[in-house]
Design a protein around this ligand. Structure first.
Ligand SMILES: [Zn+2]
Length: 252
């Protein structure tokens, strides 16, 4: 597939980026398309938009899976399109956007990457304006795509995107690194992933890393459940293992 896209369902694509191992999604219908997440700054957003244009000329709609910068600081590259998100996502981004920016800029400077730091420093924070309470079905050029907020987990406002047998899980599921706990609700996360599992009939696209399956998601749910039990009673759960401990140390 061109421009880094890999087809994981019928006209459903994933673009996995070197930067942060981030996944973005693309669903192509007969007369429209849907872009899932927009990367970390306007330049990355524009590169993503260009990559979309290598696949389809159709007008786009955008979804942000949650309010972390790497999933939404590229939104402005897609305007004036609608940008969908869970209802609280817009509020979270408004409340934390500048704090996220400051932290990322400092980290990039510390890592010796002033060019990337500058791009994040000037990225417009463009809030989602089409908000989902529990579930919404979008007509994407004749294809039905369901957006669901299944409960709190990686953040307070994660949105799951389902089309045919493909599920885009955002950072509710993470491959290649422990789930990021920085803004998480660890006592509720496993239950939310259980709800997500009920939707899984094929590939699951995590926010970062390789595309996974129901078995992987089940294992991650079980680790999150073990973590929640341990948080509730650290002395009781002797089964708490190193891998689950690593989840607790995870970072965004
Ligand atoms: Zn995240």
């Amino acid at each position: 597939m061109t421009a880094g896209w890999r087809e994981v369902g019928d006209q459903v694509f994933v673009r996995r980026h070197r930067e942060l191992d981030l996944n973005c999604g693309l669903v192509v219908g007969m007369s429209g398309c849907l872009v899932v997440d927009t990367r970390s700054h306007l330049g990355e957003g524009r590169a993503l938009a260009e990559a979309v244009r290598s696949v389809t000329p159709h007008p786009w709609t955008v979804v942000n899976t949650h309010a972390h910068y790497d999933h939404c600081f590229g939104n402005a590259a897609f305007r004036p399109a609608e940008v969908w998100a869970a209802r609280q996502c817009a509020a979270e981004l408004e409340a934390t956007g500048e704090l996220q920016r400051a932290a990322v800029v400092a980290e990039l400077l510390a890592d010796g990457d002033p060019a990337a730091a500058e791009l994040v420093a000037v990225a417009p924070i463009d809030l989602p304006d089409r908000l989902v309470d529990d579930a919404t079905v979008l007509d994407v050029g004749g294809r039905l795509v369901t957006l669901r907020h299944l409960g709190r987990g990686h953040t307070g406002a994660d949105l799951v995107v389902a089309v045919d047998d493909v599920v885009f899980a955002g950072d509710l599921v993470e491959e290649g690194a422990p789930p990021a706990m920085e803004d998480a609700f660890p006592l509720e996360w496993a239950e939310t992933v259980s709800a997500l599992l009920e939707l899984v009939r094929g590939p699951v696209v995590p926010g970062h890393g390789a595309v996974v399956d129901a078995a992987f998601v089940t294992a991650q749910r079980d680790e999150l459940a073990a973590l929640a039990r341990w948080l509730g009673d650290p002395a009781a759960d002797l089964a708490f293992d190193e891998r689950t401990r690593a989840i607790a140390r995870g970072r965004c």
